[in-house]
Design a protein around this ligand. Sequence first.
Ligand SMILES: Nc1ncnc2c1ncn2[C@@H]1O[C@H](COP(=O)(O)OP(=O)(O)OP(=O)(O)O)[C@@H](O)[C@H]1O
Ligand SMILES: [Mg+2]
Length: 365
Amino acid sequence: MKKIGILFGQENTFPQAFIDRVNAKAPADIRAEFVKIDDVEQHVAPDYAVIIDRISQDVPFYRAYLKNAALMGTAVINNPFWWSADEKFFNNALAVRLGVPVPKTLLLPSKERPSDTGENSFRNLNMMDWEKAFAHIGFPAYMKPHSGGGWKSVYKLHSPDDFFRAYAETGQLVMLLQESVDFTDYFRCYCIGGTEVLIMPYEPRNEPHLRYATEMKTTGEAGEKLLATMKEYVLKLNEGLGYDFNTVEFAVRDGIPLAIDFGNPAPDADINSVGEKNFEWVVEAAANMAIARAQAQKPGQDNLTWGTFVHPHRARSGAPTEFTMANAPTPTPKKPAAPKAAAAPKADGAPKKPAAKKPAPKKPE
Ligand SMILES: Nc1ncnc2c1ncn2[C@@H]1O[C@H](COP(=O)(O)OP(=O)(O)OP(=O)(O)O)[C@@H](O)[C@H]1O
Ligand SMILES: [Mg+2]
């Protein structure tokens, strides 16, 4: 008997529907239930071949439980290691690498210093050139946390004054400054199992319960082409990121879909927001994926999905990457000692002002 579990929080419609669907269609040796957790001990396997995680982004205890479960062979959906590492700025950079269009985006140092850091913690950071940043991104612009969700601390800004007012509210959050896409169409796309894609017209300017109650505006051949392009981009992004259950958002400008938000590993799947038709699709696709993953799961092995960027065997397939004494670089002869003031700053008590008149240290060879 192989068990599929679902781990969830406040949502009320998807988990039960998912379990009912799996139990209605899975072979007799596969059963689904709500995950039950009591003692959690290191290197002890939970009783699940597959766990669908819908909540560990809000519960660090669950995230740690899932990593241990993954080590012991549970196919955790989505990969808790990748989910822990992922954030919007990296996602955007990866999209550029994969040839998927995204809005121009800059990463901003947090307005306030992180707790337990001081001025000296930031000696590597030059003063931000705001004029240059604004000229590059333009207005209106979006500012949003580099790692966030639920539209929390997402600002649409119309001027530098607007920006500085909003930035002052962001505290220790690391924010992105992003070009605003003036869109004619907007979509949210489920991607399940890296292969199944549902493209849903979405109107973010509607009230939350009416956001999926909209139609695609692009029609005819242009519409067909747009749908095919978005499907291709959704598959590319999810292959790169290695998500099994995710949504990708696109804003369409001049016929080009720009990916806006595509790391949503516990996407909204509530019947009251996505509507009956989309709900039916996601329940069916998730149940099929979970059953297939339970059948393929091998106890004690790595049953996670990894993106092409962090594929575990990738580093070993190319040039040697492991450091050994045999491949260590030959030491270069010592250069004459640098004058004292130009020496590397010590961890504490380093000079506050840079030694402006001293010659700049040579670049390392
Ligand atoms: N660059 C942009 N251009 C146009 N609209 C944007 C842009 N960035 C964000 N938005 C709007 O703001 C909304 C929220 O932004 P985003 O999806 O990035 O935040 P989020 O907190 O991750 O949201 P969610 O939790 O719903 O996924 C988007 O649905 C979109 O309507
Ligand atoms: Mg979003």
